[in-house]
Design a protein around this ligand. Structure first.
Ligand SMILES: Cc1cc2nc3c(=O)[nH]c(=O)nc-3n(C[C@H](O)[C@H](O)[C@H](O)COP(=O)(O)OP(=O)(O)OC[C@H]3O[C@@H](n4cnc5c(N)ncnc54)[C@H](O)[C@@H]3O)c2cc1C
Ligand code: HEM
Length: 370
């Protein structure tokens, strides 16, 4: 660990337990010095769900190796264009962060800690601002019309939306999405298809019980509604130079980016075997199995293994999807793509490590903090 990173972690430990109060103070400072910034944030500022402070702390603490995060920070800056963030607001937010840290750390705060946070914040915000500036030729977000909205189970909908203008993205990437029922709340959803000529993009959304955006997308959005999509992000992409066979492991709507990768493969693959493991709690949640089976019927290189973890009468594989994958194999020579809830991704990465799969062959997206 570098000394900068040690200072950042050590000093954050001083305030960590007062995080909630620190967050309220931080947002209050921002809105006091820049009342117009209030307009950028969600209408209901629920500090526990507000994302900015936590995100900055995570980013600052990973500053050890800013070059490794260069691409991520640039795309985050580009993504912030959707909030209409201006370059000078980075100073406002940085100042609020420093004041909040000093206030809550009290006597134990030191000049070294102060310097470490200011340096780290400066590096990150510079990269984000550069990312936003380089994207100036694109709009900050795209308007898209919902063409189809199909409920596939109690909690899951497949939504097809068509951006009014061309949006460039790659199979495996995700978009920030906002809808009129939850203004200014953006959440990311993976495109479930490779880019199409008609520009349309499918999303597979599961409504989480108390989840604000996912519930609106599943239960309220209708064909004809406009939604907004911000710059695509993510690096769970196919490497066309690899000749290894592929294993895709999806949990629930984690199938979305996997389906996009399969669709891309249908356009050029002839030589790589592709094994898809699709896990859900019960058969209702295997919401896209029919489409997967159709693809497997058309492409001899594709095989699909569905599994249920809580449906004892299900005739196929039983168990968590990582356990099911472990029953097949061996997998040491494959490229892996894993996508689903944080718990599912964690369990799968553990299983793959136990099966001696090299970490560098595994790409994954977790639908939340790991
Ligand atoms: C890279 C990436 C790609 C993603 N792609 C997809 C996708 O293709 N499809 C998809 O459906 N989602 C996807 N997600 C998840 C999505 O971004 C949202 O996090 C999710 O829809 C919840 O948003 P929300 O506004 O409804 O919930 P919020 O209001 O933000 O609340 C979510 C939080 O509330 C809690 N919570 C509330 N209710 C429940 C519940 N019933 N079960 C568990 N936790 C609960 C959890 O702590 C959770 O963190 C993706 C996430 C990431 C990071
Ligand atoms: C180092 C600087 C910053 C970092 C690392 C950072 C990072 C993040 C991340 C990762 C998110 C969550 C992503 C998402 O929900 O799409 C977020 C949300 C947000 N950021 Fe930033 N950000 C920074 C600076 C700023 C600045 C200067 C502003 C402008 C005032 C800003 C405004 C917002 C807003 C409005 C949200 C959504 C908040 C919410 O939904 O609760 N950010 N930020």
């Amino acid at each position: 660990m570098s000394s900068l990173s040690r200072l950042l972690k050590e000093s954050w430990a001083l305030v960590e337990e007062q995080q909630e109060k620190l967050a309220s103070y931080f947002y209050a400072r921002i809105f006091l010095s820049s009342p117009q910034a209030r307009e950028l944030f969600p209408v209901q500022m629920d500090v526990q769900r507000a994302r900015l402070l936590g995100a900055i702390v995570t980013a600052v603490q990973s500053v050890d190796d800013p070059e490794r995060f260069d691409e991520y920070l640039r795309s985050l800056g580009r993504d912030h264009r959707k909030f209409h963030v201006t370059a000078d607001q980075y100073d406002v937010v940085g100042a609020a962060l420093m004041e909040a840290l000093r206030t809550f750390a009290g006597d134990e705060w030191s000049p070294e800690y102060d310097q470490a946070w200011r340096d780290a914040y400066a590096v990150i915000s510079r990269k984000m601002i550069a990312g936003a500036e380089d994207d100036a030729d694109n709009p900050p977000y795209w308007h898209a019309e919902v063409l189809f909205h199909e409920r596939r189970s109690q909690d899951i909908a497949v939504i097809t939306a068509r951006p009014l203008q061309q949006v460039d993205f790659r199979a495996g990437q995700y978009f920030s999405v906002e809808c009129k029922y939850q203004p200014r709340l953006w959440r990311v959803y993976s495109a479930a298809n490779a880019p199409r000529k008609d520009r349309s993009i499918d999303f597979h959304v599961r409504a989480l019980g108390a989840g604000w955006v996912s519930s609106a997308l599943v239960r309220r959005v209708r064909p004809g509604d406009m939604i907004r999509l911000a710059a695509p992000m993510g690096s769970m992409l196919l490497d066309r130079r690899s000749s290894r066979d592929i294993v895709c492991i999806a949990g629930g709507t984690g199938l979305a980016p996997i389906k996009a990768l399969i669709e891309e493969l249908t356009r050029y693959n002839r030589t790589r075997w592709v094994h898809v493991f699709f896990g859900a709690r019960d058969r209702d949640d295997l919401y896209d199995l029919a489409a997967l089976n159709r693809l497997a019927g058309s492409y001899p290189w594709l095989s699909v293994v569905p599994a249920c973890s809580e449906d004892v009468d299900y005739a196929g594989e039983q168990g968590n999807i990582n356990e099911v994958v472990a029953r097949y194999g061996p997998w040491q020579d494959h490229d892996f793509f894993v996508s689903g809830s944080p718990g599912m991704v964690r369990a799968t990465l553990r299983t793959l490590a136990e099966m001696q799969v090299p970490a560098m062959r595994i790409k994954y997206d977790a639908f939340g903090d790991m």
